[in-house]
Design a protein around this ligand. Structure first.
Ligand SMILES: Cc1cc2nc3c(=O)[nH]c(=O)nc-3n(C[C@H](O)[C@H](O)[C@H](O)COP(=O)(O)OP(=O)(O)OC[C@H]3O[C@@H](n4cnc5c(N)ncnc54)[C@H](O)[C@@H]3O)c2cc1C
Length: 447
């Protein structure tokens, strides 16, 4: 039988499914709709889909931006019923079934909200300038510039005899002991000790201090206690200072105050928390729901919201209890991918009239495990009741990440970069790129 190819473009005589957010969940959802007789419109404020778990490697110069991101237009090039719109969604009107951009309004018949999370400074938004987070490529590039600049500043201060400045330049504080904080602190230490030390002739940058702090009693609180202890042990053997039960009370360009202790540092990085996109709060409020924990939206077992069968929230933004564990489905890539596929298939079935029996199979989360890298060639892993740490865990981590990168180009780029970094202790992207305005201002300041 020859299957008819869906027509391309936004056609007026078929329903429009809008997917807000082209991350893990949004892309998977739109792909699952590839055969639907619908206009599948993917809206994102960035022109690319990003593999966030590897952002820390962009921030520490191991991978280039394009190894972990792919243009949405490329991803959907061959999906004939799809349209990609580069737009920042400012408002969603549920009753009018419209999205509002800065320059216009767009109507939908089905909405899938997959807009993910934003950095959360827990009411201290003024800390953001001194302690950037790492949720997108722009932020990771900024963090990379800050890290590399700190080493440059240290060498300059040393050469100029400003010895009191050197220690603050060579002290890096990472706030938040989840996967991002653990991976980033190990990678900064590795950058200093293994990769760039040889290029600094005046100064011994291998004496760099990396302090990882967390308010809780263990690192990687989402993983097993075995993995938490192993991660801490490996990081400490590497020279990272781990401070637990430590609350940050102030962040300034000079450093942090944490549990009463003042630490002078030119580079503070925020990995302490995230909160839902403001679009989630808008949707929840319009549907009379109170926002769920972390700025998310409570969804029904089929990922629809309240009594709106044509509104779905997926990925990090969806709050849904896993009946198997009694805990919320975690905000991880696996959850977003699985929800995206489920939501896309459900809409496709509905549009084809195949779900008229009214019987709904609830979304089921399949937990495939958690892992995090800890310095060079080492990782911790919890999967299927197993707890691994060390090189074997890192190998599994590397294979899984390669498999989940979005396309063959990204996979080859990652394999090449990791092999190069592993063998030659060299990163592929150790460039400081500052926005032109900052660069010009700094030039005129120093003139
Ligand atoms: C640094 C970091 C490390 C991580 N490490 C891991 C890990 O090791 N393992 C793991 O499983 N998970 C990890 N995660 C979590 C994982 O990346 C998320 O669970 C996953 O990305 C969620 O997918 P999503 O589709 O819900 O949202 P996202 O992937 O965040 O996608 C949201 C999309 O929505 C777009 N968007 C947001 N607001 C708007 C708007 N107003 N208008 C238009 N577009 C908008 C964004 O540009 C983005 O493309 C990590 C996350 C981060 C930030």
């Amino acid at each position: 039988m020859i299957r008819k190819r869906p027509q391309s473009g936004i056609l007026p005589d078929r329903p429009t499914v809008v997917v807000v957010g082209g991350g893990f969940g949004g892309v998977e959802c739109a792909r699952a709709l590839r055969k639907a007789d619908a206009n599948v419109v993917i809206v994102d404020r960035n022109n690319h889909s990003l593999f966030q778990p590897l952002l820390y490697q962009v921030a520490t110069g191991v991978l280039t931006d394009s190894a972990i991101a792919s243009p949405l237009r490329r991803i959907f090039e061959r999906q004939y019923n799809s349209t990609v719109l580069l737009a920042d969604v400012q408002h969603i009107d549920i009753s009018a079934q419209t999205l509002h951009f800065e320059d216009g309004t767009f109507a939908w018949d089905h909405l899938v909200l997959a807009a993910g999370m934003e950095n959360n400074y827990f009411g201290n938004d003024d800390w953001a300038e001194s302690a950037p987070g790492m949720k997108n490529l722009a932020e990771a590039t900024r963090v990379r510039a800050r890290i590399l600049e700190a080493f440059e500043q240290a060498e300059r201060a040393f050469a100029l005899g400003h010895h009191d400045e050197v220690d603050a330049c060579l002290t890096f504080v990472v706030v938040g002991g989840g996967a991002t904080g653990v991976e980033l602190s190990g990678a900064i230490k590795q950058l200093a000790v293994d990769r760039i030390a040889g290029g600094f002739k005046a100064l011994d940058v291998s004496r760099t201090r990396v302090i990882l702090m967390d308010g809780g009693s263990r690192l990687l609180s989402g993983m097993s206690t075995q993995s938490s202890s192993a991660a801490q042990r490996i990081l400490e053997s590497y020279g990272v200072e781990v401070r637990l039960n430590t609350s940050v009370t102030s962040v300034t360009p000079e450093g942090v105050v944490a549990s009463g202790d003042t630490i002078k540092s030119k580079t503070v990085i925020w990995a302490a928390g995230v909160t839902g996109s403001p679009l989630a709060t808008q949707v929840a409020e319009q549907l009379g729901l109170s926002p769920a924990h972390g700025g998310r939206v409570s969804v029904n077992p089929d990922l629809t919201v309240a009594d709106k069968g044509n509104v779905r929230v997926i990925g990090d933004l969806a709050q849904l209890e896993d009946p198997k564990t009694g805990a919320d489905i975690p905000g991880v890539a696996q959850g977003a991918l699985q929800m995206g596929g489920y939501a896309g298939r459900a809409i496709a079935r509905e549009l084809s009239g195949r779900s008229s029996s009214g019987k709904i199979t609830p979304f089921k989360y399949r937990d495939k495990g958690m892992m995090a890298t800890v310095g060079k060639g080492r990782a911790v892993l919890d999967a299927f009741g197993l707890h691994l740490s060390g090189f074997v865990a890192w190998l599994v981590w590397a294979l899984v990440h390669i498999a989940f990168l979005i396309n063959i180009r990204s996979r080859l780029a990652a394999i090449w970069s990791w092999s190069w970094a592993y063998v030659f202790n060299d990163g592929l992207n150790e460039l400081i790129i500052k926005p032109e305005k900052t660069a010009k201002k700094e030039d005129s300041d120093s003139a």
